[in-house]
Design a protein around this ligand. Structure first.
Ligand code: GUN
Ligand code: FE
Length: 424
């Protein structure tokens, strides 16, 4: 029987705002599935090999619920433009380059590697509209050990000369892509209408039917930027709010992921909570593109499901530890905007959003729940300045979130498999 036993300071986030800490504890997995976290090694494992990580932190591996793979080469570019101008000037021309399979292979291999080295083992990701490059992306993620969902983007209007399909092409390419991606083990397809301005009613209607027929999940963007929201109103005068444009095509349910939701008001948030739509908070992107400051604490209080996303390349940080710290900072900015009437995210809450909140989207439970596939990382803080007094594991985690360490991740397990060792 394949057995993994890791010893160290184990910190998990089994519930919002609560860290579970086992110092000098044992995290065990049998056949790749967690069997438990133990303060003392259980009798049944006596004599088994134990990987002793000393004082290092053993954490759940984070998830990135929203990023654009073909924007990987343009991180930190055009950050002085608002969303719609940035899409036209930077994002669309960059994505158009992925018609070249060799370029896609090179960039997607590097992206998959960087994800794993920063400990991200589960993703919900946009590709570009290109079928071949999307399959290459799925291959490279699978090869590196990244798991989750990838979508071939659908866009049959407003993309410009080099990045647009006809409606018929979009339909045909989506069906061919779905056929071609049946053999992946750990990467699954997700339908991906880019956003309302990118998709005609006819295409949306097709995607709604396809989602229903094949029980496919869906990802898109919602209420990110005020100019975008105004445009959507003009395109769908029959819908009083942005979300209704997705709902009217049957793309609004528990299998729906909506990035941003910065400007979603109480009614739109209620629609999310009632349908079980997963909102993805992307704090770096929202600040970089001057989109706004999402009311994350309010969303959570109102029962909206919320997870975190890097939104590469609106966001500039791929590492989800950085994104968790950004989410805390954004919630503090929101508190100031709200006249100190809302709270900010605690470290335990932000970490829960990074590692556990999106778990249900992958069919998993939060924390190191027994029976779940092992997604874990070993994180060292030994390179940081020696603290003035001993720190608790929770304080150490906080420091790691803020410190943007390079090379701090020592080892990573994804879906039960060891996929990275620093000494490898
Ligand atoms: N809305 C539509 N496309 C995009 C994109 O690529 N990035 C962001 N941040 N928002 C979008
Ligand atoms: Fe995005």
């Amino acid at each position: 029987m394949a057995l993994t036993i890791l010893k160290g300071t184990i910190v998990s986030a089994p519930a919002p705002g609560r860290l579970e800490v086992t110092e000098g504890g044992f995290l065990a997995a049998e056949e790749g599935r967690v069997s438990g976290v133990f303060p003392v090694l259980p009798e049944r494992y006596a004599g088994a090999a134990v990987e002793d990580w000393g004082d290092a932190l053993i954490l759940q591996a984070p998830m990135d619920l929203h990023l654009h793979a073909p924007q990987y080469p343009m991180r930190g570019c055009g950050m002085d433009l608002p969303l719609l101008d940035w899409l036209n000037a930077y994002a669309f021309p960059t994505e158009a380059r992925f018609s070249d399979p060799d370029y896609a292979r090179e960039l997607y291999r590097a992206l998959a590697r960087e994800l794993i080295e920063s400990g991200t083992t589960r993703v919900c990701m946009f590709s570009s509209l290109h079928r071949e490059a999307t399959l290459i992306l799925m291959e490279e993620l699978e090869r590196a050990g990244v798991t989750g969902f990838v979508g071939k983007v659908n866009m049959d209007r407003n993309g410009g000369k080099n990045l647009q399909e006809t409606t018929e092409e979009s339909r045909r390419e989506t069906l061919l892509w779905l056929e071609a991606c049946q053999d992946f083990q750990h990467i699954r397809p997700i339908l991906t209408p880019r956003f309302i301005p990118s998709c005609t009613d006819e295409l949306m209607d097709f995607l709604g039917q396809l989602a229903a027929e094949r029980s496919l999940p869906v990802q898109s963007h919602l209420s990110e930027n005020t100019g975008e929201i105004q445009w959507v109103k003009e395109l769908h005068p029959d819908c009083s709010q942005y979300w209704e444009c997705y709902a009217k095509y049957g793309l609004w349910n528990r299998r729906t992921v909506m990035a941003h939701c910065v400007w979603s008001d109480e009614r739109e948030r209620r629609a999310m909570a009632e349908a079980g739509v997963l909102a993805v908070h992307c704090p770096d992107s929202n600040q970089n593109l001057c989109s706004g400051t999402a009311p994350v604490k309010t969303m959570l209080r109102e029962g909206v499901r919320v997870a975190l996303g890097s939104d590469i390349a609106g966001g500039d940080r791929l590492n989800m530890l950085d994104v968790a710290a950004s989410a805390i900072r954004a919630s503090k900015a929101r508190r100031i905007l709200d006249n100190w009437e809302t709270e900010f995210l605690t470290v335990a809450e932000a970490w829960y959003l990074a590692v556990s909140a999106g778990a249900s989207f992958f069919g998993a439970r939060p924390g190191f729940a027994p029976g779940e596939p092992l997604h874990a990382l070993v994180l060292s803080d030994s390179g940081l300045p020696r603290p003035a007094r001993p720190m608790t594991p929770a304080e150490r985690l906080e420091r790691c979130l803020y410190h943007r360490q390079r090379d701090a991740v020592q080892a990573v397990w994804s879906e039960g498999r060891r996929v990275f060792s620093r000494t490898m």
